[in-house]
Design a protein around this ligand. Structure first.
Ligand SMILES: NC(=O)c1ccc[n+]([C@@H]2O[C@H](COP(=O)([O-])OP(=O)(O)OC[C@H]3O[C@@H](n4cnc5c(N)ncnc54)[C@H](OP(=O)(O)O)[C@@H]3O)[C@@H](O)[C@H]2O)c1
Length: 308
């Protein structure tokens, strides 16, 4: 038996509970992965609340959250050629990683598992898919070119930190990132010029703008307002937070992007890239970890540690 964190009805993080479940067995075309690090994302509490059930339906009771993790292949099912026992892998995509062991489809078409590049620790690998994959897609969408100036709203968040670092890898001339003052050091460390959000933002940005493109990783009226004011071309603005008002004003939502992890890893190559990890929780305390993400002000990624 091993641990999985489950929920039986939609609700707040308090409805999550650790359960002892039978160890999975690798069926044909599957491998069993033992997770060593599991990423926590805002999408987890959005799924848990039921607000996205129309496009991420969960089988309840006994639902399991978690859309990314890293670990080691411990069993290989019949017909699997891509992975061997002992391989370090990254799991991404459909919910279900808040557990110690999982049987995962191994095929390329299923697109749930990728070999972990040796340069990353399991912890860094576990937090790559959502943050770096989304950042890559957003930068492709706005067509960032070398030498250009980029505005990033929410630059201290998981996705925002990845957008800043990837933009600089793509040759951005300057990246300006909004964040709370407490996180300005973090934003500067990723390579961006930090600017405090809140009252007076437009005036502060006026001294630094205009920008060729913008990526909003925070959502809300202020990021929308300033993206419209400081980026002339609507095709070069995007938000990753669904918001009908932003869409109507010319800041479209980056919708249902396939996680372009392989392309992202190719782009990263051996270049320095590290996402700040702000908090670690034992897997059994996934509810507390989600409550932390929901409260905000995290200052980086949150990681669940099985057996931690
Ligand atoms: N469309 C997609 O495919 C996609 C993919 C991934 C994530 N998302 C969504 O994108 C959002 C961000 O995700 P995440 O993982 O980066 O979350 P996160 O790590 O919790 O970061 C959110 C960041 O937003 C900042 N923030 C809050 N209010 C702000 C404001 N008014 N102006 C500027 N920044 C502000 C916070 O900064 P401070 O801590 O400095 O206050 C925080 O760093 C979530 O809503 C998530 O669900 C969408």
């Amino acid at each position: 038996m091993s641990t999985a964190v489950l929920f039986d009805r939609y609700g707040d993080p308090g409805v999550l509970y650790p359960a002892e479940v039978p160890d999975p067995v690798a069926g044909p075309g599957q491998v069993v992965v033992r997770y060593t690090a599991i990423g926590v994302n805002p999408i987890d509490w959005k799924i848990l609340s039921g607000e996205v059930r129309a496009y991420v339906p969960m089988d309840l009771p006994g639902g399991c959250l978690g859309v990314e993790a890293a670990g080691v292949v411990v069993e290989v099912g019949a017909g699997v050629r891509r992975f061997r026992a002992g391989d370090h892998v990254i799991r991404h995509g459909r919910p279900g990683t808040f557990r110690e062991y999982e049987a995962v489809a191994a095929s390329q078409e299923a697109d749930e598992l990728t070999l972990r590049p040796a340069r990353f620790t399991d912890e860094q690998a576990a937090v790559l898919p959502v943050a770096a994959g989304t950042a890559y897609s957003a930068l492709r969408r706005v067509g960032l070119r070398p030498g250009e100036r980029l505005l990033v709203h929410g630059a201290s968040g998981g996705v925002g930190a990845a957008v800043v670092q990837l933009a600089l890898l793509l040759g951005a001339g300057e990246v300006v990132g909004t964040a709370s003052p407490a996180r300005h050091g973090l934003v500067r460390a990723s390579g961006a010029t930090p600017v405090g959000y809140g009252q007076g933002l437009s005036e502060r940005l006026a001294e630094l703008g205009p920008f060729h493109a913008s990526v909003d990783c925070a959502g809300g009226p202020e990021p929308t307002e300033t993206a419209v004011r400081f980026v002339a071309d609507a095709a070069r603005r995007v938000t990753i937070v669904p918001d009908a008002a932003a869409h109507a004003r010319g800041v479209p939502f980056l919708e249902h992007v396939p996680l372009e992890l392989t392309s992202t890893l190719d782009l990263l190559g051996t270049a320095p890239f590290e996402l700040p990890v702000a908090a670690r929780y034992p897997l059994e305390q996934a509810g507390a970890a989600l409550a932390h993400s929901l409260r905000g002000g995290v200052g980086g990624k949150i990681v669940l540690v099985p057996g931690g």
